[in-house]
Ligand binder design. Structure first.
Ligand code: S3P
Length: 163
């Protein structure tokens, strides 16, 4: 096991913000899979969805996750849909500890207010998608933190105790 810390959870749960701070606290490098995929393919994820569709993005996401070496411990913030794929889950498990940052619908709406960059964040669909995803995240994580009552700093403090 490479000793990485892998953050999963729904869009807007705070994976990237929390992940960066956690990495600083642990003195680990940090990667955000969405950012890396965008850099590698020089294209916004929202454009990948609109031009080529979700399946295209999922293929690039899978390729990227599969390419993570895990030769040093790092903090990885994963796109919210990455663990739909069983191969991705197995690869991430081989890299380290998977932590689910859970957030309820109200929290997600508050944290994503004003951000229109997520093609799958459709308000009318939110409760249904969240219920489906919650089960997936819960089944593949090693630990879960309910973040609704916590700000970023507090979530990082809790993470520092459990990692
Ligand atoms: C997605 C979440 C997004 C991004 C893409 C699809 C999803 O990442 O990977 O828009 O399926 O939940 P964040 O969880 O970082 O917003």
């Amino acid at each position: 096991m490479a000793g990485c810390i892998i953050l999963i959870g729904f869009m807007g749960a705070g994976k990237s913000t929390v992940g960066k701070l956690l990495a600083e606290s642990l003195k680990y490098d940090f990667i955000d899979t969405d950012v890396e995929i965008e850099k590698k393919h020089n294209m916004r994820i929202s454009d990948m969805f609109s031009k080529y569709g979700e399946a295209y993005f999922r293929k690039l996401e899978k390729e990227y996750i599969n390419s993570i070496l895990g030769d040093t411990p790092i903090v990885i913030s994963c796109g919210g849909g990455s663990v739909i794929d069983a191969d991705n889950v197995n690869k991430l498990k081989s890299l380290g500890k998977i932590i689910y940052l859970r957030a309820n619908e109200d929290t997600i709406l508050t944290r994503t207010a004003g951000n229109n960059d997520r093609p799958l964040l459709v308000r009318e669909n939110l409760s249904r998608l969240l219920a489906v995803r919650d089960e997936i995240y819960s089944n593949c994580c090693d630990e879960c933190i309910d973040t609704d009552e916590y700000n970023t700093k507090k979530t990082v403090e809790i993470l520092m105790r459990i990692v």
